[in-house]
Design a protein around this ligand. Structure first.
Ligand code: C2E
Ligand code: MG
Ligand code: MG
Length: 248
């Protein structure tokens, strides 16, 4: 009903490239404007939507809306979209992506699909074959929340991800624990060796930013460099950043 009543909305959080300090993309984050409960976090309703299968139509709405909105952004700014494991099951994901791209006119290279390790646990072969088809179209694939699942390293061996998103727990844990620091450094180095970008998630302080820069992560996404914002705020964010910092 929320879909029909247009209660869903997307916020977008900037992703900053650390070699230029310029925004290079945004991640679409789903919000539910509930008439009584107010703004509901995706963590509160996505698990249920996955259980009931409703994540498929919701995810399709996210994909189409985000591609459409991103197609009007200036420059070559990419859009990252979270894809749930359940969306691989029905079999229509590649067709939906193709349709969202052609409807919006967005270049496939600007679309990044974020999947978590849990997507790969069941039906690994089927998921991998879908990912290969998506890569053939030119779409990029990121591994989200890296390091929190069951066998992250084996998935890196099985599929050439374009990007590893290092889970927030390693980034913020690095403030207090030398273990987290060592792991952060090791993951950045794995990414570099495999030719994959590495995005540090959840960076909130200048100290954390300095650390992830030092460890060789290639991108950052966190409250420090930009909170999730409504679609209407993006062009002015880009205008300000791209001109002020003399980004390309
Ligand atoms: P995620 O994909 O790992 O997204 C990053 C989450 O971290 C977002 O939470 C974002 O607001 C939050 N975040 C970013 N920077 C910081 C920071 O500096 N500090 C802290 N404390 N948090 C930060 P959000 O928006 O609540 O989304 C939570 C999760 O819900 C996402 O995690 C993703 O797994 C899922 N999700 C969101 N939108 C969608 C969607 O459209 N489809 C699907 N399947 N899942 C979605
Ligand atoms: Mg994500
Ligand atoms: Mg994440």
């Amino acid at each position: 009903r929320a879909l029909a009543l247009r209660e869903f909305e997307l916020d977008y959080q900037p992703q900053i490239d650390l070699s230029s300090d310029c925004p290079v993309g945004f991640e679409a984050l789903l919000r539910w404007n509930h008439p009584k409960r107010g703004r509901v976090s995706p963590l509160a309703f996505i698990p249920l939507a996955e259980e009931t299968g409703l994540i498929t139509p919701i995810g399709e709405w996210v994909l189409r809306t985000a591609c459409q909105e991103a197609s009007s952004w200036r420059g070559d700014i990419s859009i990252a979209i979270n894809i749930s494991a359940v969306q691989f099951r029905g079999g229509g994901l590649v067709e939906t992506v193709l349709s969202a791209l052609s409807q919006s006119g967005l270049k496939p290279e600007l679309l990044e699909l974020e999947i978590t390790e849990s997507s790969l646990i069941d039906n690994t072969e089927m998921v991998l074959s879908t990912l290969r088809q998506l890569k053939e179209i030119g779409v990029r694939i990121s591994m989200d929340d890296f390091g929190t699942g069951y066998s992250s390293l084996s998935y890196l061996q099985k599929f050439p991800f374009d990007k590893i998103k290092i889970d927030q727990s390693f980034v913020r844990g690095a403030d207090e624990s030398s273990n987290s620091r060592a792991l952060l450094k090791a993951i950045a180095s794995i990414g570099a060796s495999l030719g994959m970008k590495t995005t540090a998630e959840g960076v909130e302080t200048e100290d954390q930013l300095a650390r992830i820069r030092n460890e060789g992560c290639t991108q950052v996404q966190g409250y420090l460099t930009g909170r999730p914002m409504g679609a209407g705020a993006i062009n002015s964010f880009l205008d300000k950043k791209l001109t002020k910092d003399l980004c390309a």
